[in-house]
Design a protein around this ligand. Structure first.
Ligand code: FEO
Length: 148
């Protein structure tokens, strides 16, 4: 086990517990990917972890987009464009690995940097517009309905 590439810090919190928890899961999957690429002996697990990252990223983005759409977020289109670009990059990389390419550490660093920047800038921007205190108790209910 190598040291963690991504460690959670309160500075990454956007103030919405459900979304913070999902971001933590993404951190962990990227950490697994890093471990697997650094310890080359794990071979084929890289592909399954990359598939897991793609699947969970889609789940997470869908949750955020449903929330933003439901609450008529003014920056929805620009935010969704960022999500779509990232998913398309992940898909491209997964297909390349399926075809036999090796996932590079540079690519994992790109995933890490993209995610951190996205959380700190775009996610914090939408969250600031919908602070839980503004929405009262409806926030937890919204996400529990979404994942029921
Ligand atoms: Fe948490 Fe917009 O992704």
């Amino acid at each position: 086990m190598t040291s963690k590439l991504l460690a959670w810090d309160n500075a990454y919190s956007i103030g919405m517990i459900e979304i913070d928890e999902q971001h933590k899961v993404l951190f962990e999957i990227i950490n697994h990917l890093w471990d697997e690429v650094v310890c080359r002996d794990k071979g084929s697990k890289v592909l399954s972890t990359l598939e897991e990252l793609e699947r969970y990223t889609v789940t997470h983005f869908t949750a955020e987009e449903s929330f933003m759409r439901t609450h008529n977020y003014s920056g929805f289109d620009a935010h969704k464009k960022q999500h779509d670009g990232f998913i398309s990059r992940l898909r491209q990389e997964r297909e390349a690995v399926e075809a036999g390419a090796t996932l590079s550490l540079d690519m994992i660093n790109f995933l890490k940097d993209w995610l951190i920047n996205h959380i700190l800038v775009q996610d914090k921007t939408y969250a600031a517009e919908f602070k839980p205190k503004k929405l009262g108790d409806s926030l937890g209910g919204f996400f529990s309905r979404l994942f029921r």
